[in-house]
Design a binder for this molecule. Structure first.
Ligand SMILES: [Zn+2]
Length: 147
């Protein structure tokens, strides 16, 4: 193997590692992926891996490294696995949406049941508070609560 081939191999390895590590890098700061289940994460990994395997297989097939028979069988297998992963991802996303809706319902109920919040900063307030304890904004007469 010559140096060029080794360098190309190394470059591909680096790209693969970066692509595969991507979801972990993003999830480390919390954020959007906070709701994503482990099952959903593993399905996303499977999807990525499947797409890479498909690319590799197509590449090897073009180079004539894989027999037509092996190519068809392996390709069908990878497609099936990737489709299953996509289905998992859809289920996971549906679950995420259901979680968010549930949480919004809970927040609304909490806001209704346990007093109100400052119109400026969202800090919880008592019925007879004249000023917000967090931001100090004055609650005008129209905003004083009547029950
Ligand atoms: Zn406030």
């Amino acid at each position: 193997m010559d140096l060029g081939a080794v360098l190309v191999g190394l470059a591909m390895l680096v790209v693969t590692v970066v692509v595969l590590a991507d979801p972990f890098v993003k999830s480390s700061d919390g954020g959007q992926r906070a709701y994503q289940s482990k099952r959903g994460l593993s399905a996303r990994m499977k999807k990525r891996t499947g797409l890479w395997a498909l690319r590799d297989l197509d590449f090897d097939h073009e180079l004539g490294k894989v027999s037509e028979q092996d190519y068809k069988v392996t390709r069908a297998q990878i497609l099936q696995e990737t489709a299953a992963a996509l289905e998992e991802i859809e289920k996971d996303e549906a679950a995420v949406e259901a979680n968010i809706e549930e949480e919004v319902r809970n927040l609304r109920r909490t806001a209704r049941e346990s007093g109100r919040y400052c119109h400026q900063c969202g800090q919880a307030r008592e019925q007879d508070d004249r000023f917000c304890t967090a931001c100090g904004v004055e609650f005008k007469m129209a905003e004083t609560l009547s029950e």
